[in-house]
Design a protein around this ligand. Structure first.
Ligand SMILES: [Zn+2]
Ligand SMILES: [Zn+2]
Length: 103
């Protein structure tokens, strides 16, 4: 499978939001509105080696001292968990309010 950088507009498979790219050199790997992502990486962020392609459900948000906010995901298809760094314009507060039971 060829490497396809996500630098163009894409449509979120969960909420249907049209998502604009972040800019040169940074690829966006999740929807800023509902935070859902897609299971495309196998061993690390951006490797695009997974053939799962299930939807990644955001289950929690962590704050790490070096990276800032990190979104914790669980794949709805295979159950694998992974972590992605949050983008600056992610709707983290909305997510935290909706999941206030875990924060
Ligand atoms: Zn979305
Ligand atoms: Zn998966």
């Amino acid at each position: 499978m060829p490497f396809i950088p996500r630098e163009e507009l894409f449509v979120c498979e969960h909420c249907g939001e049209q998502v604009n790219p972040l800019g040169k050199g940074t690829y966006r790997d999740h929807c800023p509105k509902c935070l859902y992502s897609k299971h495309v990486d196998r061993d690390g962020p951006g490797d695009r080696l997974s053939s799962c392609l299930g939807l990644l459900e955001p289950v929690s948000v962590d704050q790490e001292s070096k990276k800032g906010f990190v979104i914790v995901y669980r794949c709805l298809k295979c159950g694998k968990t992974s972590r992605n760094r949050a983008a600056q314009d992610d709707h983290l507060l909305d997510f935290m309010n909706q999941h206030s039971n875990i924060f």
